[in-house]
Design a protein around this ligand. Structure first.
Ligand code: FMN
Length: 376
């Protein structure tokens, strides 16, 4: 069935379904080229989640997508403040935590053995996303003439003119009207309104009030709805609220092509909506994750999260210990409340099927509503 909005014409796609850029792992396996290309080949828009991938790997991923599809696709990155900062040394940060936040230091030191884990040294060869490295990411995306750039977090002022100069369109995420207005004023072409229920970094406003307010505020710019959408019912609701398309993350994390560890896919498939909680524990910034044993221990321990980079450093100590012991089930996938709608029978579906079903269901629902409830 057909579902076509003006967003499709703007982006050069057939159906208004966008797979969210999710840059959770360093190799880009959350949104591998196979997933991105499958969504684009199905008529939607696939997006590489590039935010935590080193620039040369982003280039490889872009080229790999191009081998699999000649349809439009996007690359998503996040923008920390664009001035250079010193890279924090993990051992120094650890010492500072002991001095400034003794209760937090005690929590981490005690939790590691309590979970049956051993402390592990920091991986000093690991790539760090500094502002300079982010500039490199951006340079690669623009050099590769990617048709659509998506900005997940941060200020769009510097990137919009650079992107437009190369003919690259810019979409930007906003969790509040003021952020949407700021992106719109700075020239972003499409605003993605992302509600409280979403997976990953998220604000505090639910999609029902957020989407119409952003639609009204940035008119006539197109708005895409993000958060809590995993089937045609969500797509139809988003269109009813004034969005012209949807941006879905969690629904594609359980697709056949998504390369995350099956342990994390199981957290999504087994978990209920209440199991996906918004916490600042992992980095100091609020994001929605599975309520793992580590997160539960944190919630029960009571203190507020430390600011960046302390909180991320503390979480990293636990992550290293769990990974070294091959106990990633203690950790937590970022995912949204919509995980409660995803169960085993919805797992491992090819991305193409997810897109096609969303379109068919949404078209059917919109037709049904019109024929059953609308009339003189
Ligand atoms: C595993 C994961 C990683 C994410 N990483 C990013 C990211 O790097 N950049 C970004 O703009 N959004 C990121 N997000 C947020 C998504 O782009 C999207 O807004 C969100 O998943 C929508 O909510 P849903 O999960 O309910 O579909 C991430 C979300 C998840 C679940």
């Amino acid at each position: 069935m057909k579902l076509h909005t003006p967003l499709c014409d703007l982006l050069g796609i057939d159906v208004p379904i966008i797979q969210a850029g999710m840059g959770w792992d360093k190799e880009g396996m959350t949104t591998p080229p196979e997933l991105v290309a499958a969504v684009s080949n199905a008529g939607g828009l696939g997006c590489i989640g590039g935010s935590s991938i080193r620039p040369e790997v982003i280039r490889e991923r872009i080229r790999a997508v191009r081998k699999l599809t000649d349809r439009p696709f996007g690359v998503d990155i996040t923008l920390p403040k664009m001035e250079d900062v010193k890279i924090p040394d993990p051992d120094e940060v650890h010492k500072e935590i002991e001095e400034k936040y003794p209760a937090h230091a005690k929590f981490t030191t005690e939790l590691i053995p309590k979970l049956g884990l051993m402390p592990q040294p920091p991986d000093r060869k690991s790539w760090v996303k500094t502002p300079a490295a982010t500039r490199e990411q951006l340079k690669v995306i623009l050099e590769e003439n990617v048709p659509i750039l998506i900005i997940g977090l941060g200020d769009t002022a510097e990137v919009v003119p650079l992107a437009h100069e190369r003919g690259t369109m810019v979409m930007a995420l906003a969790g509040a009207v003021k952020h949407a207005l700021s992106h719109a004023r700075k020239g972003a072409d499409v605003i993605i309104a992302q509600g409280y229920e979403a997976g990953g970094h998220t604000g505090t406003i639910g999609n029902f009030p957020l989407i119409p307010q952003i639609v009204d505020a940035v008119k006539p710019k197109p708005v895409v709805a993000a958060g809590g959408i995993a089937d045609g019912r969500g797509v139809a609701a988003a269109l009813a609220l004034g969005a012209l398309g949807v941006w879905c993350g969690t629904a594609f994390l359980v697709s056949r092509e998504c390369g995350i560890n099956p342990v994390y896919k199981r957290q999504i498939l087994k978990g209920s909506s209440e199991d996906f909680v918004r916490t600042a524990y992992t980095s100091g910034h609020f994001a929605r994750h599975y309520r793992s044993d580590v997160i539960k221990a944190w919630i029960n321990s009571g203190p507020d999260a430390m600011p960046t980079p302390y909180q991320g450093n503390a979480m990293d100590e636990i992550r290293r210990a769990a990974e070294a012991a091959d106990r990633v089930e203690l950790l937590h996938v970022p995912a949204g409340q919509v995980a409660g709608m995803l169960s085993e029978e919805k797992s491992a579906r090819p991305a193409k099927e997810i897109v096609n079903r969303m379109v068919d269901e949404a078209s059917q629902i919109l037709n049904d509503i019109r024929s059953r409830y609308v009339g003189a």
